[in-house]
Design a protein around this ligand. Structure first.
Ligand code: FAD
Length: 458
């Protein structure tokens, strides 16, 4: 594939959910490396064409919606319908980087105790480790072949000044949370991982891993359907209204009358989906490139032998990894205005960042480029709760770009909450989602934050 124009075909990135009232209808999966390598698509239940009743109607067919459906149907015997506007896994769940480590939201670890108290911080930390177990259990339950790279994850100091921060986090993890990350120096990185011009130390999370995200989403889709849930594609929900002891959920061709509604639309949540969701989220664009495979020479010159997922220490962080077939994937923030995402500048930006880290890879070209909307709540942590004034409408939203494990885990816990079982949702997360102050100016605020972070990143 040539490194010419951007590979942004129809359906790759949708309009800004803050501007566009429509979540799309039956858009194809983006033209990503994951879509090209996921193999045959598993079946779903097609478009919803007949009215029906259900215990739970779930809006959105990504990790949150599918894991919630699997647990509700499998563990709680619920009659569940997932309504997906486009295709199952079409959103972030089929287009993310597939990098998984302990981590939830974007609040720096050193602020956790102040924010949630000693017990609250520990409970949240333990739950983020439990989230990794949830992903592993789902993979095992479904025998999901998702190219698991179970080799730990590195957070790499991209400049010498960032080393002290890693050392502080290393101590904090051990002393406050009893978590043994490994501190590596530049020599360790070079010996076991790669030779990079931007790797001055690293924190290794031994239980971090990486997956093929779309294969994972498709595996959870299979699990949910095998457990008895119906998953409908091309069935966008335009809204719902209270009706007797439940809700009537509207799609273009048919309606679902359900006792509970779950909103699992994350970065694709528009302000117009429901008045109680208005001004609660900021959809933010994130972009990914996948290069052509490295040549033997390029491999030798960088000694890029590990497939461990890596993130750097920038505030506007870059993450990357060597894929099993020798390509390099790199991701980072995208433009503020989605109309700019087609501009070759955004693909080039990532490629240049990759070349700065690995100068011998300066001849690499890009085979795939795509983008997606992640969800940033005002307080930078996910929320699992009921909609204000609607006790049977639930949501799990706001993973701040680190959502593979949290979405699968919190979707499952939400199912337990709805199903009446014990649900160990940390108090830090089971709270209403705050509204953005001056919500009309969210994009302006984003611009200011990006400028400040660029300055901090040097
Ligand atoms: C480029 C990129 C890279 C990322 N990399 C990583 C990573 O390496 N590691 C990590 O942990 N996280 C990463 N993330 C974040 C992670 O992918 C998400 O947090 C997670 O997938 C969210 O899952 P979800 O099911 O909540 O939402 P999604 O997977 O986004 O699903 C939401 C779905 O809702 C549907 N929808 C929206 N509105 C409606 C409606 N009205 N009716 C019906 N359906 C509707 C959409 O079509 C969409 O399919 C990345 C995200 C992006 C975009």
């Amino acid at each position: 594939m040539p490194d010419g124009g951007p590979r942004l075909l129809a359906g790759t990135v949708s309009r800004d959910p803050l501007k566009d009232r429509s979540p799309g209808e039956g858009r194809p999966l983006p033209d990503s490396y994951w879509a090209a390598t996921a193999g045959p698509r598993p079946e779903d239940d097609g478009v919803l064409v007949d009215d029906r009743d259900a215990d739970v109607a779930i809006v959105g067919g990504g990790y949150t919606g599918l894991s919630c459906a699997y647990r509700l149907a499998g563990n709680h015997g619920a009659d569940v319908v997932v309504l997906e506007a486009n295709a199952p896994g079409w959103g972030c769940s089929g287009r993310n980087g597939g990098n998984i480590r302990p981590g939830i939201g974007r609040v720096p670890l050193r602020e956790w105790r102040e924010r949630w108290g000693e017990d609250g911080a520990r409970a949240l930390f333990d739950e983020q480790l439990a989230a990794l177990d949830t992903v592993r259990s789902l993979i095992a339950d479904g025998g999901i072949d998702c190219d698991l790279q179970d080799v730990g994850l590195l957070r790499v100091a991209h400049r010498p000044a960032a080393v002290a921060g890693l050392e502080t986090d290393h101590r904090l993890l051990a002393e406050t949370f009893g978590y043994e990350a490994e501190l590596l120096d530049a020599g360790d990185i070079e010996k076991d991982y790669f030779r990079s011009a931007e790797a001055f130390a690293a924190l290794r999370f031994p239980d971090g891993f990486a997956v093929h995200p779309l294969k994972l989403a498709q595996g959870v889709l299979r699990l949910a359907r095998d457990a008895g849930a119906a998953v409908h594609r091309a069935s966008p929900v335009s809204g719902w209204r209270a009706d007797g002891s439940g809700y009537v959920v509207e799609t273009p061709k048919a309606r679902v009358r359900a006792r509970h509604v779950v909103v699992a639309t994350n970065g694709y949540t528009g302000d117009s989906l429901h008045p109680a969701l208005k001004a609660r989220t900021l959809p933010v664009l994130s972009c990914v490139i996948v290069t052509r495979p490295m040549t033997a020479n390029e491999k030798a010159e960088t000694d890029f032998r590990s497939t461990a997922p890596v993130a750097d220490t920038r505030r506007l962080l870059l993450y990357y990894r060597r894929l099993p077939d020798g390509r390099i994937m790199m991701g980072g923030r995208g433009p503020i205005d989605e109309r700019a995402v087609d501009h070759p500048r955004w693909k080039r930006r990532l490629l240049e960042a990759l070349r700065r880290k690995f100068p011998p890879l300066s001849g690499l070209t890009v085979d795939y480029y795509w983008a997606g909307w992640v969800c940033l709540p005002f307080d930078a942590v996910p929320h699992v709760h009921r909609l204000d004034g609607h006790p049977d409408v639930w949501f799990s939203l706001g993973y701040c770009g680190t959502g593979v494990a949290p979405a699968l885990h919190l979707g499952s816990l939400l199912a337990d909450r709805i199903g009446g079982g014990e649900a160990n949702i940390p108090a830090a997360l089971e709270r209403p989602m705050p509204r953005y102050p001056l919500a009309a100016f969210r994009r302006l605020g984003q611009r200011a934050v990006y400028a400040w972070h660029r300055f901090q990143d040097g």
